[in-house]
Design a protein around this ligand. Structure first.
Ligand SMILES: [Zn+2]
Length: 326
């Protein structure tokens, strides 16, 4: 991956000109949905500041670049929750302040990544506030967050925000195909949709075997339709695979089935590789019922983000509709 990602060019150039003018802010808050490339951008910016060459992107071969890429540059700190914890603690931020009170070992910038910044607990955030209020020269703090609204306003107001919007579909697909050359175009589109337009998340899903998972789920649904499987058991299983992921797949199949029913010409089918199976299923369902199920899954997707809703019941509700009538 070269620096920066294609859809980050604008933000990158703005920062470059600020670096040239010598007025880079002390703290940046990078926001945008999961898998948009915040971490990549932050890493590249860190590498650029610690690179000894004067170029618009890190040179990749000087000592600074090599140490950054290896994760061992003494002037770069990454603060993230410890493996067994879900929060960034006040001790981690205190340790960071001590570190920042020392001068950079290589005489240039000291760069810090705090990710995900929204996992700082209240005490950690308060402690960071002091650092943000008295920034030392040649220090850059990069806070990364998918959920910036959950950060204290006092922290947000002391950072310059760089927001990454989801890239245009064509640009995202082009990048995705470059990363995963064997990926079928229609599956790439489905994955991108599933990743809510975030290309790195889509690439991650492709390598995590999301397609194999979808095929297994379709097996499950066929068994439920044939009355050979208990929908409650399947709901339990799908919950482990991910409630939203499961619902998105069912939603996608339903959309494909509706297209098959209503189109005069052979329609565009997102799950083209399993089209014959979907078509067979659709043949036994009235169009009005397909629309009803589509509404039901949309509603379930809307509710899926609500933490107080029982996700297993939500999936059961969707699956029970597919069981044969007795
Ligand atoms: Zn370099």
């Amino acid at each position: 991956m070269s620096a920066p990602l294609p859809w980050q060019q604008g933000q990158w150039e703005k920062l470059l000109s600020r670096i040239e003018q010598g007025n880079l802010p002390h703290a940046l808050l990078l926001t945008g949905r999961r898998g948009i490339g915040k971490q990549h951008f932050a890493q590249q910016l860190a590498e650029l500041l610690l690179c000894s060459e004067d170029q618009p992107v890190p040179c990749g071969h000087c000592k600074g670049c090599r140490l950054t890429a290896a994760g061992t540059h003494p002037d770069l700190r990454i603060v993230t929750p410890p493996e067994d914890k879900r929060v960034i603690s006040v001790d981690q931020i205190r340790e960071l302040s001590n570190y920042l009170s020392l001068t950079a070992l290589y005489g240039g910038y000291q760069v810090v990544l705090i990710t995900p910044a929204d996992l700082m607990n209240v005490n950690a955030a308060n402690s960071l506030l002091k650092t943000l209020e008295e920034p030392s020269a040649n220090t850059l703090l990069l806070l990364l967050s998918d959920r910036p609204a959950t950060l204290p306003a006092t922290i947000r107001s002391r950072c310059q925000v760089i927001r990454f919007e989801k890239p245009a579909q064509a640009a995202a697909l082009e990048w995705l195909k470059e990363q995963q050359s064997e990926l079928d175009s229609q599956i790439a589109e489905t994955l991108l949709e599933l990743a809510d337009g975030a290309p790195l998340r889509a690439a991650e899903m492709a390598s995590e075997g999301a397609i194999a998972q979808r095929t297994e789920m379709l097996d499950d649904l066929e068994k439920v339709v044939a009355g050979r499987c208990d929908p409650i058991e399947i709901a339990k299983k799908w919950l482990k695979l991910g409630k939203k992921e499961s619902l998105y797949w069912v939603y996608g199949w339903l959309v494909d089935m509706v297209r098959m029913k209503v189109a005069a010409q052979p329609p565009y089918i997102a799950n083209a590789d399993v089209a014959p199976r979907l078509s067979k299923m659709a043949a036994n369902i009235e169009l009005s019922l397909l629309y009803k199920r589509l509404d039901q899954v949309s509603e379930a997707l809307r509710l899926a983000d609500n933490q107080s809703i029982n996700a297993e019941l939500l999936l059961e509700g969707v699956l029970i509709g597919w069981t044969p009538r007795r």
